[in-house]
Design a protein around this ligand. Structure first.
Ligand code: HBI
Length: 363
C-alpha cells in the first residue's frame, strides 16, 4: 500500500525561468509542471504556482513574477560560468519564495538553474527539485551534488538514463512522468504520416527524422516551438525534397488529435533526452514510438510491443523500424500509457518522493 501523506500539503511550485508557462520555451517542463499540479490537487493537496510574467496555467492560482528570462542551459558550454542576468526573473521568483515560504509545507523547484539549488539550505522550508535534463554543465552538476549532501532525497528525475548522466545518479528519485490521459483520444485508424514533436533545436535531432521521411517517402508532420530558425532553415536546404511539413506549436487538445492520426512518432534525440513527454502523448493516442535507444525514450518504449528501439543515429535502423510498424498493436500503446503514465500513477510516485523529502527535513 502506498504510504499516503498524513494530511494535505500546501505546495508552492516554482517554474522554469527560460520562458512563460504556455510559451513552449520551457519545453517539457511546462507540461510536467501542470500535470504534477493536477496530480497533486486531485489528491487533496493545495498548489500555487510561481512563474514568469505572461505565464498561463489553467485551474491553478498563479503568481507572475517580472524580470529577465534565463539563458537556456543547453546553450551554455559545460564549463560556462553561472549566468545571472540583471533583474533575473529567477532571482525575483526565489525572493518571492523566501517572503512566503512559511505559508507552505514544501517548495518544488522546476528550474534547471544554479540559484534554487544554492539557496536550499538557506530556506526554512524544504525544497524538492525536479531536475528536467541530464548533466549539461559543471556548475549545475556541482550545485546539485552539494544539494544532495545537504538534503538527501530532494532530487527527482524523470528516468534512470537521465540520472546516470550525473555522478550522483544513484541518489536521485526516478519519477517518470504523468499525464491526464482523458485529454488524449485513442485513434485506431491512422493515416500514412509519420510525426515528430519537440522544440526545433539541434539537440533534438530533427534532421534524422527528415532523412528517414526522405528515404521512405512517408510524409513527416513536424510540431513544436520553432526555437532555432537557423537550424530549421539548414534542414530545409539540406532536405529540400523531403516530404515534410512544419505544423506549428499546438496546445495539447489540437496536438493529440493530429498526432493520433499518425502511423508512428519518430524520436531522434542527439542528447540524452531526460524523459520524452511526447512519447507518452503518442502512446496515449495509440501511436507507436520509434526511438533511438538513448535516454528516457529507451525506458518508455517496449521494443516490439509499443514501438521499436533503434541503434542511435542509424538511418537504416529508422527505415527498418518504419517498415515493421504493422507488427505493433495500437491499443497496446494506449494500455501502456494507462498502466504507468497516468496522473494517478505519477501522483503515487511523487507522494512517495515528498514523504521522503519531508521525513529527511523534519528528522
Ligand atoms: N535552461 N537555464 C535553464 N533553465 C531551465 O529551467 C531550462 C533550461 N533549458 C531547457 C528547459 N529548462 C526545459 O525546456 C527542459 O528542461 C525541458
Amino acid at each position: 500500500m502506498t504510504p499516503t501523506l498524513k494530511r494535505p500539503l500546501r505546495l508552492l511550485l516554482l517554474s522554469t525561468s527560460v520562458g512563460a508557462l504556455g510559451s513552449g520555451l520551457g519545453g517539457g517542463v511546462e507540461l510536467t509542471l501542470h500535470n504534477l499540479a493536477q496530480a497533486l490537487s486531485l489528491r487533496g493537496h493545495t498548489v500555487k504556482i510561481v512563474a514568469p510574467t505572461g505565464s498561463v496555467c489553467a485551474n491553478f492560482p498563479l503568481v507572475e513574477i517580472e524580470g529577465t528570462l534565463q539563458p537556456t542551459a543547453q546553450s551554455e558550454g559545460r564549463h560556462a560560468a553561472i549566468a545571472m542576468p540583471a533583474n533575473a526573473v529567477l532571482a525575483n521568483m526565489w525572493a518571492y519564495a523566501r517572503e512566503v515560504e512559511h505559508q507552505y509545507d514544501l517548495l518544488v523547484n522546476f528550474a534547471y538553474d544554479w540559484l534554487p539549488f544554492y539557496l536550499t539550505p538557506f530556506f526554512a522550508r524544504p525544497i524538492a527539485h525536479l531536475v528536467s535534463m541530464g548533466s549539461l554543465t559543471d556548475a549545475m552538476d556541482r550545485v546539485i551534488a552539494q544539494t544532495i549532501v545537504q538534503s538527501p532525497n530532494s532530487i527527482g528525475v524523470h528516468s534512470r538514463a537521465q540520472a546516470d548522466t550525473f555522478s550522483f545518479g544513484d541518489e536521485c528519485q526516478v519519477l517518470g512522468n504523468g499525464f491526464d490521459l482523458s485529454l488524449y483520444d485513442f485513434n485506431p485508424q491512422p493515416e500514412r504520416s509519420l510525426a515528430w514533436v519537440g522544440r526545433l533545436a539541434p539537440e533534438k535531432g530533427l534532421e534524422d527524422a527528415v532523412a528517414a521521411a526522405q528515404a521512405t517517402q512517408r510524409p513527416l508532420k513536424i510540431w513544436g516551438v520553432l526555437q532555432d530558425q537557423g537550424y530549421w532553415q539548414q534542414i530545409q536546404q539540406q532536405y529540400s525534397t523531403a516530404p515534410m511539413t512544419y505544423e506549428g506549436f499546438l496546445p495539447t487538445a489540437q496536438l493529440q488529435s493530429a498526432l493520433g492520426k499518425c502511423q508512428a512518432l519518430l524520436m531522434t534525440p542527439h542528447w540524452v533526452e531526460a524523459f520524452g513527454n511526447v512519447a507518452i502523448e503518442a502512446l496515449a493516442c495509440g501511436v507507436p514510438v520509434i526511438a533511438y535507444r538513448r535516454g528516457g525514450p529507451a525506458e518508455i518504449v517496449q521494443d516490439g510491443k509499443t514501438g521499436w528501439l533503434v541503434e542511435p543515429d542509424s538511418l537504416t535502423g529508422l527505415v527498418d523500424a518504419i517498415a515493421r510498424l504493422d507488427q505493433i498493436d495500437r491499443y497496446t500503446c494506449r494500455q501502456q500509457a494507462e498502466a504507468t503514465y497516468s496522473l494517478a500513477a505519477m501522483g503515487d510516485r511523487v507522494e512517495q518522493w515528498f514523504t521522503a523529502v519531508l521525513a529527511q527535513f523534519h528528522g
